[in-house]
Design a protein around this ligand. Sequence first.
Ligand code: NAP
Ligand code: G4F
Length: 321
Amino acid sequence: MQKTAFITGITGQDGSYLSEYLLSLNYKVTGLVRRNSVAENQDYRLLNINGIEVMYGDILDQSSLLNALNKFKPDEVYNLAAQSHVRISSEIPYFTSQVNAIGALNMLEAIRVSCPGVRYYQASSSEMFGQNIDNDGFQRETTKMNPVSPYGCAKLFAFNMTCHYRNAYGLNAANGILFNHESPRRGSNFVTNKIVKAAVLIKKGKLNKLELGNLDSFRDWGHSYDYVRAMHLINNAPVVSDFVVATGESHSVREFCAYVFKKLELDYKDYVTQNPKYMRPEELKVLRGDSRKIRQELGWIPNYNFEALLDELVDYWLSKL
Ligand code: NAP
Ligand code: G4F
């Protein structure tokens, strides 16, 4: 029988890739879309994807969640809705906490009262670890969590609530603890697309400098397409539990710049400057994930490495600009 998936955050980077992936597996794909004053901005990432059914709603509007669950009767729920920008979460901490923390609680409560049997995926984040790293240099499911941003604090609340609803009420609720993942559909105020887009504009003579924040933070960057496959595996795992999803490779923002500019036959040092505006009140310095659990238990393998991801971004921006 055809399964139905319900996705909050369906208009985002991951929501669009997850929709495509689930459609390819013959799912009925449904989702929640926020009302936007410019209708064209609402679902531009979904425009080339046929067969999705959406409803207006908001993760902060409990009635819209209950209506959606009653209407679509999903087998699987993916809660991807979030204010997902870490630095901006320090400018709008209250809003970020509402959406990322209370929004997840709204979804869990709506499921508990209306469809407690569904499989629930919570989009948790490596930002929850803060500066904690195990002695071998990796973060994993057992690593202590001490977030260093309003975003991370709110995500940790949602993570804990997901575990609590699983333990207390027997919900099939799981966390994916995902490390950074990117794609051409990533917002261009995240560092990856910000760098690549600017480097291509510089190459084409349309820009002469790129202002960044901390060049010496390290991130474990993967591709969104690989990570939405992991979400589906987690939501169909034989035993409901939490999984880290990561490549296991970590690179600095500086290395990212060096690779991209070099590929365009430029030297990043000639163009990149630092602007305090893009620094964070407290910087998370290093992320590097150990994803052995999902690889061994669910057979997940990423197709993209660091270079393949960056090559795709450069090709995308070269063709777009
Ligand atoms: P994204 O592109 O920023 O998408 C966020 C989605 O949430 C958008 O569809 C957005 O809708 C929606 N949303 C925001 N506020 C909402 C609200 N009040 N009610 C309903 N929907 C709302 O983020 P992403 O990269 O796809 O990430 C997906 C999820 O994974 C997020 O929860 C993020 O925090 C988490 N995560 C991401 C990464 C990563 O590296 N990408 C890593 C770990 C965890 P609009 O289009 O209307 O704004
Ligand atoms: O691309 P970023 O903004 O991603 P960040 O903060 O790591 O968060 C992303 O990954 C999390 C998973 O760990 C997700 F949960 C979250 O939703 C989001 O998807 O910044 C990456 C690094 C940071 O260290 C930042 O300080 O790049 C550094 N950076 C340096 N200059 C910059 C800039 N980041 C941004 N956005 N803009 C800059 O100009």
